[in-house]
Design a binder for this molecule. Structure first.
Ligand SMILES: Nc1ncnc2c1ncn2[C@@H]1O[C@H](COP(=O)(O)OP(=O)(O)OP(=O)(O)O)[C@@H](O)[C@H]1O
Ligand SMILES: Nc1nc2c(c(=O)[nH]1)N=C(CO)CN2
Length: 175
């Protein structure tokens, strides 16, 4: 058994459809799906705004590496192309593995560059932390503390203010 928090983002094409495709592909592993948020581009500001969401997934047969493979399969299915010149550039679908817990509920850590756990930039990203709070109000980012504390920190205040709920949009899951 392993549990994971995955972050979904899209800023090209039919953004909601790309996020929905990820939720659909993750299928029966999806336990909870956040609201959808409109968020200003982070890290590379010359690009359209994103739709972001977070899903909580659980599956007995999926370990940390397999969550990354499932994330990559979702991106590939939505025609994700990597631009080596723009690390944080626009994309149809980005699925990041934010954190994984083992069968005993212990957080998994990894320094393998192919899969760093917890995700090394998650604590800096209101577009990850705010939707995560929807699915786990008492959630904690391993090594960084409670979501409420991270979101309340002064360094993140401007980014948190920019994360705008889109109640007109929603994601459907089997959960
Ligand atoms: N926790 C993680 N989740 C997803 N990819 C990871 C993780 N840790 C390391 N990687 C690696 O990061 C590489 C770049 O991934 P990707 O192109 O999705 O990055 P990005 O989305 O542009 O940036 P970021 O990871 O900051 O969101 C991938 O080859 C992947 O193997
Ligand atoms: N708002 C927002 N900004 C981003 C996002 C994202 O999902 N949302 N993903 C990125 C990829 O690294 C870079 N910047």
């Amino acid at each position: 058994m392993s549990r994971a928090v995955l972050s979904l983002g899209s800023n090209l094409g039919d953004r909601l459809a790309h996020l929905q495709a990820a939720v659909t592909l993750l299928g029966g592993a999806v336990r909870r799906v956040s609201e959808v948020y409109e968020t200003p581009p982070w890290g590379d500001t010359e690009q359209p705004s994103y739709l972001n969401a977070v899903v909580l997934v659980e599956d007995a047969a999926t370990g940390p590496r397999a969550w990354l493979e499932r994330a990559r399969a979702c991106e590939a299915a939505e025609g994700r192309e990597r631009d080596p010149e723009r690390r944080f550039g626009p994309r149809t679908l980005d699925v990041d593995v934010i954190a994984v817990w083992d069968a005993g509920g212990r957080p998994v850590t990894s320094a393998d560059p192919e899969l760093i756990l917890p995700h090394p930039r998650a604590h800096l990203r209101a577009f990850v932390l705010r939707p995560w709070q929807d699915v786990e109000p008492a959630g904690e980012l391993p090594g960084h503390g409670r979501l409420t504390d991270l979101l309340g920190a002064p360094e993140l205040a401007a980014d948190v203010a920019g994360v705008t709920a889109r109640p007109d949009l929603s994601l459907e899951s089997m959960a």
